[in-house]
Design a protein around this ligand. Structure first.
Ligand SMILES: [Zn+2]
Length: 131
């Protein structure tokens, strides 16, 4: 709760107080960076936005095209089959010592090129993954 005796200087931290588990772990950083950029690629895609819009009933209320449930607050872009994160992990494990970031990213795109992607509720997103 914001109170009158707080000023902006109470709401400041110095950057050197921040630490993350990938700060000193190049492999973890690479894995996360590839995942972020892969997700952004999908998130910004007009086709995916349009698919979600077509399933929208009202604000924060989507019909899942797979299980037909309503009242889903969001729909997720969902890879059918092996989760893309597993493919990213395999690429990083295999090539981190031989390829630079851009080449790794290109490999992720190659994998995504061979994927089928749909929109689904959280539950169906999980169910669409290979067990
Ligand atoms: Zn569903």
């Amino acid at each position: 709760m914001l109170t009158d005796d707080l000023d902006c200087f109470d709401m400041v931290i110095c950057g050197n107080e921040i630490s993350c588990k990938w700060d000193n772990d190049e492999k973890e950083l690479t894995r996360r960076a590839l995942r972020e950029m892969q997700q952004k690629r999908l998130m910004n895609l007009p086709t995916i936005k349009k698919m979600k819009k077509q399933c929208q009933i009202a604000q924060n209320n989507y019909l899942c095209p797979i299980c037909k449930t309503k009242n889903n607050d969001i729909l997720q872009a969902s890879h059918i089959g092996q989760p893309i994160i597993k493919k990213i992990n395999n690429i990083v494990d295999r090539y981190i010592d031989t390829l630079d970031f851009y080449e790794l990213y290109k490999k992720v795109i190659e994998e995504e090129d061979n994927s089928l992607i749909t929109v689904a509720c959280r539950k169906c997103n999980k169910d669409l993954e290979d067990k």
